[in-house]
Design a protein around this ligand. Structure first.
Ligand code: URA
Length: 214
């Protein structure tokens, strides 16, 4: 029993250290002026989810209009659709996920972030992964994929496949998935349609974090 309580009190200390690190990183992010996007943002959008319980880090592209106004990632139409898929796969956004973007500030008119903007934000992205130490990283859409996958493949070709991403000597399994904005334009749920495959991929995540690798 004594051993048990020592382990659980150590876990608590580690968790509160992680929260402290994330809080100070977020404060730095909110003040960040490393690229031009700080001139047009309403809010830097740092993260959503519970760093104490999350075992999945999901990385999107960049905040859209709603995210910029609320300061929370994936709260617009794409975010609502993402929530529906997570629920259908048995996953909880609030418990299992830590949701972030490649770039923390909204690019004007939702254009794709430039290389300069991605590079300016890279340290936040890498640090968030290092602090959370996820069991799996989901690369949601092409921008997130390109930040970690150096090959020429596209999301449609390698979604659902798991490969290792190495960050400061530590390997994390990573899986590309469709971006929910793409699914908003593709309504079919027929076998092998993007929506069908998204659910299949998220069920694979469910198996990985809830049943396997324990
Ligand atoms: N699309 C993204 O990639 N991220 C968001 O936060 C919202 C829409």
């Amino acid at each position: 029993m004594r051993g048990h309580s020592l382990i659980s009190s150590k876990k608590c200390t580690v968790r509160s250290e992680k929260q402290g690190l994330l809080k100070s990183l977020e404060a730095t992010c909110n003040q960040c002026k490393a690229c031009e996007l700080n001139n047009t943002r309403h809010n830097a959008v740092f993260a959503d989810g519970n760093p104490k319980t999350a075992s999945v880090v999901l990385i999107g592209e960049a905040p859209g209009e709603n995210e910029d106004l609320q300061g929370i990632p994936f709260v617009g139409r794409a975010g609502k659709l993402l929530n529906e898929f997570l629920n259908e796969a048995g996953l909880s956004r609030e418990i299992d996920f830590y949701i972030i973007n490649t770039v923390k500030c909204r690019p004007p008119k939702n254009r794709v972030p430039t290389e300069i903007e991605k590079e300016a934000c890279r340290l936040f992205l890498i640090s968030q992964i290092e602090i959370i130490e996820p069991r799996i990283i989901l690369l949601c859409g092409a921008t997130a994929l390109k930040s970690f996958y150096k090959g020429k493949s596209t999301i449609s070709k390698i979604r659902g496949e798991i490969f290792d991403v190495e960050i400061k000597g530590k390997k994390y399994p990573a899986m590309p998935i469709f971006h929910p904005s793409y699914l908003l334009r593709n309504h079919s749920t027929a076998e092998d349609s993007p929506r069908y495959l998204m659910l299949k991929d998220l069920k694979k995540v469910y198996l990985k974090i809830k049943l396997l690798d324990r």
